[in-house]
Design a protein around this ligand. Structure first.
Ligand SMILES: [Mg+2]
Length: 117
């Protein structure tokens, strides 16, 4: 039973370890999933209003995350899932802090009416 995001990430690493598809195949899956997400975003923006989807947008976001974890796992076949998950969590926190600062900067520029922000 998955109780939280840590459990979900650990389960995703288990799945990635069991998947026999090699690195480049995983990468091809990632690009395909990014394409499916792009279609959903285009639809949400009103550009593909005729298109029907079997998956919700959240499902495509999950597919991209799972495919990315698959790529990450296959890129480091000697690493344990605990090592990979620890590094991923640390990088998510670091990157979230960086992206947060950028978002706040963009918001301040937008609120001041600076063009291109
Ligand atoms: Mg998908």
């Amino acid at each position: 039973m998955i109780h939280d995001m840590n459990d979900a990430i650990n389960y995703a690493f288990d799945v990635a370890n069991e998947d026999p598809i090699p690195l480049m195949g995983q990468f091809a899956c990632l690009t395909a999933e990014v394409g499916e997400l792009a279609e959903q975003v285009n639809s949400a923006a009103g550009y593909l209003s005729h298109k029907k989807f079997d998956e919700p947008l959240a499902g495509e976001v999950a597919d991209v995350i799972l495919a990315a974890i698959g790529v990450y796992t296959k890129a480091y076949p000697e690493a344990t899932k605990e090592e990979l998950a620890k590094s991923l969590r640390a990088n998510i926190l670091t990157k979230s802090t960086k992206w947060h600062q950028i978002a706040l900067s963009q918001r301040r520029k937008r609120d001041k009416g600076i063009p291109g922000s």
